[in-house]
Design a protein around this ligand. Sequence first.
Ligand SMILES: [Zn+2]
Length: 107
Amino acid sequence: MDKSSTRTRWQAYYSTSFWLRRRKLQLKNEPLCRMCLARGIVTPAKVADHIEPHQGDWNKFKLGALQSLCFDCHDRAKRLIDLHGYGLDVDDDGWPTDPKHPANKMR
Ligand SMILES: [Zn+2]
């Protein structure tokens, strides 16, 4: 599949009035960056991010859970996931939280 055309198609989702309302509501409900906050840093959030990537699925885009992030955290997290295909966050036990992480596939 042509990746660039998929990206373009998703981008249209982000200019729908539905999304602009949802994004605004998310940032109002959760005004601080969640990832910064987890590290004890208070940063105003700028991005309403889908916790589970919607991959162009309109229903997931519309209904999937959101988290508020600052630009830095959003770019950093997405870059890692693009690079590895999974996130590198770990829980309190040091176990990767992303179900796509290879360690979770072996369980
Ligand atoms: Zn942040």
